[in-house]
Design a protein around this ligand. Sequence first.
Ligand code: TRP
Ligand code: ZN
Length: 467
Amino acid sequence: MYPRPALRLASAPALPVALVLALVLGGCGPGSGVHGKPGAASLRDPYFARIGNGGYDVQHYSLTLDYAPDTGRLNGTAEITARATHDLSAFNLDLDGLTVDSVTVDGEKAAFHHAGTELTLRPGDDLRRGATFRTVVRYSGVPRRIVDPDTSVEGWLRTGERAVGLGEPTGSMAWFPGNHHPSDKAAYDIRITVPEGVTAVSNGELRKERTADGRTSFDWHSAEPMASYVAMVAIGPYKTRQTEGTKGAVSIYTAVDPTVAKGSALLLKELPRIVKWQEKTFGPYPFSSAGVVIGRPGDSGYALETQNRPFLPGPTSVATLVHEMSHQWFGNSVTPKSWRDMWLSEGFAEYTEWLWTEHTERVPVRQSFVDAYDADANWTFPPAHPPSAVNISDPPVYGRGAMVLQRVRETVGDATFFRIVRGWARTYRHGNADTHDFTTYVERESGRDLGDLWDTWLYGEEKPSLE
Ligand code: TRP
Ligand code: ZN
């Protein structure tokens, strides 16, 4: 094929590169009367310098993904509806790998430049602050697998005919362009087309499934806001089951790889019970459907709390499913503002495991706390300040995060503690929160100054003694 120039202006493909670059990266658009500036190419996350983009706020992603399991090739169209937060002459999306075939903004061809993980777009006319605009990116290629600083592997994980798209922390940019930072949540519609006989599962509810010419499309709809790191697609010979939602129970959609059907039975049986117990403990389930996807052990090395339905790499323990489902409240509904605030997800999820063990095995939470306290691995750094991106999924984020919650509980008492937990989930429902939001909320709701507790358990480098 004729080599594709990295950068093209649809209206003037023959412009010299230097001039094109100047048009894409700076200056103001002719004819709009708006004199915008480029949106920031990053949201300055303390751990991932390049992810996210400024100048706009995504409201909705409509992804149309056509996948060929035999070649691993993905043809995608991402229709992104966003609101400009300042006058914009250009803006960025994050996209790792793949080839961008065309871009339009509000129906007009836009200039674009894809370098590294930054896709820079320059619409013909500048966008006015407050304006809602629609970007359509057509792209294709074999999506890649990403290895993160913490050695987690995500992005597009392909094993033979099967594939799963996972995103924590930065993998979703391997399968669709977007504002890939947890602070910009949006609604999603994801349509996946695969060969007939193959199943494609994603977040939200399955709205429609239809087959034509040997290919089947699955339309998945997520009305509630979702951070891109918990977006998911799973493609394979899944056996699926759906229960209708009723007044007292949320609709559950499960997908299980046939090779692990037997080992998965217990998890499927426990799931409705887990959701019920968590609703009693945390308040109403935050999304319009629940479920689980159980793949094979080689699909990913870890479980992930993908929104509505966690992805499990084969049958895990019930405690792991409890952990991932608790993230629907803590992580997916109340989402960390940045990757520094991870303990607000993982501390709560670990603490939920402690509560579950007490509930089902009569192991007191205090015992789990002491076990965590005794483990040296939990004391390498304070949970609110992981030293670097390498450490964001290390034990202190989980274990010491959970210990913070137990210290709060022992200080304010059970009644106030569980009122705070439910109030936290309700107050920040479908939003974002950081550590400061949490400490402020707990102090206000308990009417106490907990400065010493935060200094010692949340921010302190030293292991405190247990009095
Ligand atoms: N969030 C997952 C869990 O605890 C674990 C995980 C998977 C993770 N991939 C990650 C944590 C990448 C940090 C970074 O349920
Ligand atoms: Zn977790």
